[in-house]
Design a protein around this ligand. Structure first.
Ligand code: SF4
Length: 282
């Protein structure tokens, strides 16, 4: 038996909403009983894109984070008084039963990820089915992943080491994480590159401030710890360190031959634009 799951690569998501539209195309007005009743034409986002803006001034970035049912192993939507309304299939897909969940509005509030929507017409809680009806009909992919032009969404059998999703998770093993693990629901969906603080800035020379300084050495170190990361300013004189730990004090050191080095401490309570760092000659 396969164990199905999705991996979401935030670094590849452009926020194009192709996944959202594919989900609408598949489920709006289409019943797939007994697994899923039709999605209404408006009001439901079985997959939504959170737009996370960070940085300031000229160093602002937006990360797009697709959020859908995480098909949790310890799904909080399976309430103590469940009465068969929500169940987890052997392949790991969590399904809201369109018959047994009728009138059970409390199921909407049980999901900490806020991915269950109430259908006022049919009196039903509804959400992503991980395209279980398609898979049961022999299809190999889910509509959202199939529609994603950048392959930011990848679906497959997590227990098959040769599946695309397993290969992707293996290739990016150091960056794989769950979304909001603090909910304690053991989400099966995995994310790569969830938004984290960055430190960015620009380096100038005091006697050539109208010129972009390429090749200045910029070193980043967690304060009072060993281990550094080094980069160089690009052709615009800009530098950037991405994927940093939150609420951490970093030491930034900027050097360029013939000029006095500069050091500053930067705290990542958010992404930081340190602005212009001007080096003076020796
Ligand atoms: Fe249930 Fe929400 Fe987890 Fe999906 S994300 S399984 S709806 S608790």
């Amino acid at each position: 038996m396969a164990r199905f799951g999705l991996a979401v690569d935030i670094e590849k998501c452009t926020g194009c909403y192709s996944c959202f539209l594919a989900c609408k195309d598949e489920y709006v007005g289409n019943d797939y009983l007994p697994i899923s009743a039709a999605q209404p034409p408006s009001g439901h986002k079985w997959i939504r894109i959170n737009e996370v803006e960070h940085g300031t001034g000229t160093k602002v970035k937006v990360d797009y984070v697709p959020i859908m049912c995480q098909h949790c192993e310890d799904a909080p939507c399976i309430l103590p008084d469940n009465r068969g309304a929500v169940y987890r299939r052997d392949d790991g897909i969590v399904i809201i039963d369109p018959e047994k969940a009728k009138g059970r509005r409390e199921i909407v509030d049980a999901c900490p990820y806020r991915v269950i929507f109430w259908n006022q017409e049919t009196n039903l809680p509804q959400k992503c089915t991980l395209c279980a009806p398609r898979l049961d009909a022999g299809e190999k992919d889910v509509r959202c992943a199939e529609a994603c032009p950048t392959q930011a969404l990848v679906f497959g059998d997590l227990d098959d080491p040769a599946s695309r999703v397993s290969q992707m998770l293996k290739a990016k093993a150091g960056k794989v994480e769950s979304f909001k693990p603090e909910f304690g629901a053991k989400p099966v969906t995995k994310y790569i590159g969830l938004p984290k603080p960055f430190i960015a800035g620009e380096v100038l020379l005091s006697d050539k401030q109208s010129e972009c300084l390429r090749g200045a050495k910029v070193t980043l170190q967690v304060k009072e710890e060993k281990g550094t990361v080094v980069t160089e300013t690009d052709c615009f004189g800009d530098f950037e360190f991405k994927g940093l730990a939150r609420d951490t004090d970093y030491m930034l050191r900027v050097e360029y031959e013939g000029y006095l080095a500069k050091e500053l401490t930067v705290r990542t309570n958010a992404s930081q634009n340190v602005g212009e760092i001007v080096l003076t000659d020796k």
